[in-house]
Design a protein around this ligand. Structure first.
Ligand SMILES: [Zn+2]
Length: 142
């Protein structure tokens, strides 16, 4: 899938964000090695700790569909009511970086970020640049 289409898919699923506490809505869409698209939005919880990020929801959707490798992941976000700085990129949090790492090759996996107010302005990077010297499944291989 073209980068812009994956970004648009992330923006589309972002509309389903359940974020009554932060008001911060995030969407993620990923393309797996089987060229299927899996998407997720952030889902907050009154306990706060039960909140799940958009990226991890997209990844668990991929896993539930039986796929295991992320080729490309797109993330967009911002305040749902349009307030604040909507020209900012929304990079994955530390927990999500580790979970993405579980299901990707850091050297080939691509991360796409775009401001919610300008989806065409895509920043593209290699996952290894977001999480250098990462610990992953290969570390546990004997
Ligand atoms: Zn996260």
């Amino acid at each position: 899938m073209e980068n812009i289409d994956l970004i648009k898919k992330a923006a589309e699923v972002r509309k389903n964000s359940y974020s009554p506490y932060s008001g911060y809505a995030v969407g993620a869409a990923l393309e797996c090695e089987e060229n299927m698209i899996h998407a997720g939005c952030n889902v907050e919880n009154a306990s706060y700790g039960g909140t799940i990020c958009a990226e991890r929801n997209a990844i668990t959707n991929m896993a539930a569909d039986g796929m295991r490798k992320i080729k490309k992941i797109a993330i967009v976000g911002g305040f749902a009511d349009g307030s604040g700085d909507n020209s900012a990129l929304v990079p994955p949090c530390g927990v999500c970086r580790q979970v993405i790492r579980e299901f990707c090759n850091p050297e080939t996996c691509i991360v796409l970020l775009a401001p919610i107010d300008n989806l065409e302005k895509i920043t593209e990077m290699k996952f290894a640049d977001l999480l250098p010297l990462s610990f992953g499944p290969d570390n546990l291989e004997k």
